[in-house]
Design a protein. Structure first.
Length: 111
């Protein structure tokens, strides 16, 4: 599994596509935002996944975390991100689709 830490483009200070995808998902649920953002460092383009994964999440948050983790590492790892999709509301599912689109570079987002 490839850790995508430090993928900030130093020439432009742009946030990496995987990190932007994770942020789309993180901001889709208020509780998730509260639990994940303290463990995301924009300056270093890094995420402390062990601290995030050690927390308790309700089902929808857990589904979103699995998607964010898969986007960050570029693979589904040991957990299938589709396994919890039935817990997602429409807005969170839309955020995940947008996160995938951004992380794959299908659209450019300027911040």
């Amino acid at each position: 599994m490839e850790d995508r830490t430090n993928q900030l483009n130093p020439a432009s200070n742009k946030i990496s596509k995987p990190l932007l995808g994770v942020l789309y998902i993180t901001n889709s649920l208020p509780g998730l935002r509260t639990k994940m953002l303290p463990h995301v460092c924009l300056e270093e383009s890094s995420i402390d996944w062990p601290s995030i994964l050690s927390q308790n999440f309700h089902n929808e948050e857990l589904a979103a975390v699995h998607w964010a983790h898969s986007i960050w590492f570029g693979e589904a790892a040991s957990r299938d991100p589709f396994a919890f999709n039935h817990f997602l509301n429409a807005e969170t599912a839309k955020a995940i689709l947008n996160a995938l689109i951004v992380s794959w570079g299908l659209i450019e987002v300027d911040l």
